[in-house]
Design a protein around this ligand. Structure first.
Ligand code: THU
Length: 152
């Protein structure tokens, strides 16, 4: 069953999406992957971001003939959400075609995610729909964020 493989069934901590909401988040990240514009890498990625208010914003990677201008799926989703007024996030699901390993966000995306807090959850999936959950703090320990600018 989708989402059943790597994650034990018992109750999720408060704040984590569950049941149909979680399945929708995972599905939206898969659907976004199908929109990936990645003619250079041929490595499609989809992301779906769940806001504190329960809305979902999805994104895909968008590459460019000027390679360095390519944007990852995670940042596309965050930029869509921010530009529509959402700055508080509960979770993000990330999907790729990798079958043998869980897709992980690049370092740049981890830092962009971190801008919006360290206590939210990232669902890293495999192509078969199984997933593991990582707190953003785990993906980017000892991180630098907006609060640090206020310490001087
Ligand atoms: N990519 C993402 O969109 N997200 C990830 O988590 C890893 C990598 C994209 C960037 C580029 O378009 C392609 O995958 C290959 O690196």
């Amino acid at each position: 069953m989708e989402g059943g493989g790597q994650h034990p069934a018992p109750a999720a901590p408060p704040g984590q999406p569950q049941g149909e909401r979680l399945q929708l988040l995972l599905r939206r990240s898969r659907e976004a992957k199908n929109c990936a514009y990645c003619p250079y890498s041929r490595f499609p990625v989809g992301a779906a971001l769940l806001t504190a208010g329960g809305e979902i914003f999805s994104g895909c990677n968008v590459e460019n003939a000027c390679y360095s201008l390519g944007v990852c799926a995670e940042r596309t989703a965050i930029q869509k959400a921010i530009s529509e007024g959402h700055t508080s996030f509960r979770a993000m699901a990330i999907t790729s075609d990798l079958g043998d390993s869980f897709i992980v966000p690049c370092g740049a995306c981890r830092q962009v995610m971190r801008e919006f807090g360290t206590d939210w959850d990232i669902y890293l999936t495999k192509a078969d729909g199984t997933y593991i959950i990582k707190r953003l703090e785990e993906l980017l320990p000892l991180s630098f964020g907006p609060e640090d600018l206020k310490k001087v």
